[in-house]
Design a protein around this ligand. Structure first.
Ligand code: DLL
Length: 434
């Protein structure tokens, strides 16, 4: 049996969960339709009205919502609460131009914090623990999400944020952090640094809550061994609130979806058809308790499988597998969402052709991004100094747009193999999805 933050909810009967979902869905559809012109248009176009949605069984009647809808309706088009009731925004990482912005009322933040508190408590943590948060704070949801959850649990919260490994380790040793929250790649990096410094005996960690990017079971084992902890997965996305949409329990066998707040469906990414239980497809979520920014049938583009079997931990909430891939071309590099189109835009702005190749590798559990870019005859230079300064310009421009470092390599004209079909722009050697 597990440890719970809200046992009566996390272990509720399936009938009770369905009842909550139906009642909350009906309310949310009405709220969205009445407050957002964008939603109203979407539903009117599909010929469905709020009266058609009487229970969770009617969910399939609603139109899908996609990332593109969020861009088109930027910034306020999908708001379902007055702006003066909103107290915060968060935003997705690494996108340019019209970023995806999520708005929160006090009520929304409160429920999000509950979701993260459930994830923290599932690791066995209590108010006696020291929660060390190395996810980035700011627009990214990782830091502030786990921070709110840790406050709810009543633990001592260390808002260290990302970066500055020396400082991380100093706090970790001096304040005896017991639960580490960060991306799995940063956890692996910290583990390595701890070993190099020979300070393992000063580390009191017992659990880690790692997410925001794909990671394998091999990586879990490696981190667990090196840090001497149990490593828990956590999933979420900005559009739905942030981390805590689902989280792992002590069984480490799938992430429990907080179904009192989010309804999950699996669809065929090509046809949009809802797939039967146990089939692999694209994960679609409806958030049914949010006031400011509820999303109905939002296509996450994450490929996944749901598991409705009862979990030995006692929770009744459906589990989702680790995401098995994406149905779009988004890459997550060092926890940052990167679209190849953003890279292409920078190259074109700098006068390079769209002949490039993005190569992502993982060296010592840390992502490395290399971009090979063809020079045009006009851009050609055989002077090393000129080439390296042109590469530097691209690296800086890419860093400004993506927020991460990329190694740019200018290569000879026509040296990148041309494809007869779709160009192979991305070579992801990390094998993150099994
Ligand atoms: O990554 C929220 C988050 C923060 C989750 C901290 C967990 C911990 P976004 O930046 O909007 O939000 O990116 C969302 O990241 O659609 C998945 O593709 C991917 N992702 C998130 N968690 C996991 C995970 C945050 N545990 C996108 N495993 C999602 C695999 C994940 N992929």
């Amino acid at each position: 049996m597990g440890t719970y933050y809200q046992k009566e909810i996390e272990c509720a009967s399936r009938e009770q969960i369905k009842e909550w979902q139906s009642e909350r869905l009906v309310k949310t559809v009405k709220r969205a339709y009445e407050n957002s012109q964008y939603y109203k248009n979407l539903m009117d176009d599909k010929g469905v009205s709020p009266d058609d949605i009487k229970s969770v069984d009617d969910l399939h009647k609603l139109p899908f919502l996609e990332k593109d809808d969020l861009r088109k309706s930027y910034p306020y088009g999908l708001m379902s609460a007055p702006i003066h009731d909103c107290i915060r925004i968060q935003s997705t990482s690494g996108t340019t131009g019209k970023r995806v912005i999520a708005f929160y009322t006090q009520h929304d933040l409160d429920l999000w914090d509950d979701c993260c508190a459930r994830a923290i408590t599932a690791t066995g943590a209590t108010k006696d623990d020291v929660i060390h948060i190395s996810y980035g704070y700011g627009l990214f949801t990782g830091g502030l999400g786990l921070h709110g959850g840790s406050h709810k649990v009543g633990s001592l919260t260390l808002p260290v944020s990302s970066g500055n490994t020396e400082r991380q380790l100093q706090f970790m040793c001096d304040l005896e952090s017991t639960v580490l929250c960060c991306t799995p790649s940063y956890a692996a990096y910290l583990a390595e640094t701890i070993a190099e410094k020979g300070i393992k005996d000063q580390i009191k960690l017992k659990a880690g809550i790692f997410g925001a990017e794909a990671w394998t079971e091999e990586m879990r084992k490696d981190i667990e061994e090196k840090l001497g902890i149990k490593a828990y997965d956590i999933y979420g996305l900005t559009e739905l609130s942030g981390p805590g949409v689902s989280f792992e329990c002590s069984e480490q066998n799938g992430m429990h979806i907080n179904e009192d707040h989010f309804i999950a469906e699996i669809i065929d990414p090509e046809t949009g058809e809802v797939l039967p239980d146990g089939q692999k497809g694209e994960l679609v979520f409806s958030s049914i308790t949010k006031e400011a920014f509820p999303l109905l049938r939002y296509r996450t583009r994450d490929i996944c499988i749901l598991n409705h079997e009862k979990c030995p931990c006692g929770r009744t909430m459906t589990r989702m597998a680790k995401p098995l891939g994406r149905s779009d071309d988004m890459l997550i590099i060092k926890g940052v969402n990167v679209f190849p189109s953003q890279i292409e835009a920078v190259l074109l702005q700098n006068g390079y052709p769209a002949n490039y190749q993005i190569i992502v590798t993982r060296v010592n559990n840390s992502d490395v991004l290399d971009i090979n870019v063809e020079m045009t005859p006009e851009k050609f230079s055989d002077t090393i100094g000129e080439i390296s300064s042109a590469e530097k310009v691209l690296t800086n421009d890419l860093r400004a747009v993506l927020g991460i470092f990329a190694r740019v390599h200018l290569v000879a004209h026509k040296s990148i193999v041309r494809s007869e079909g779709k160009a192979v722009r991305v070579i992801d050697k990390r094998n993150l999805y099994k």
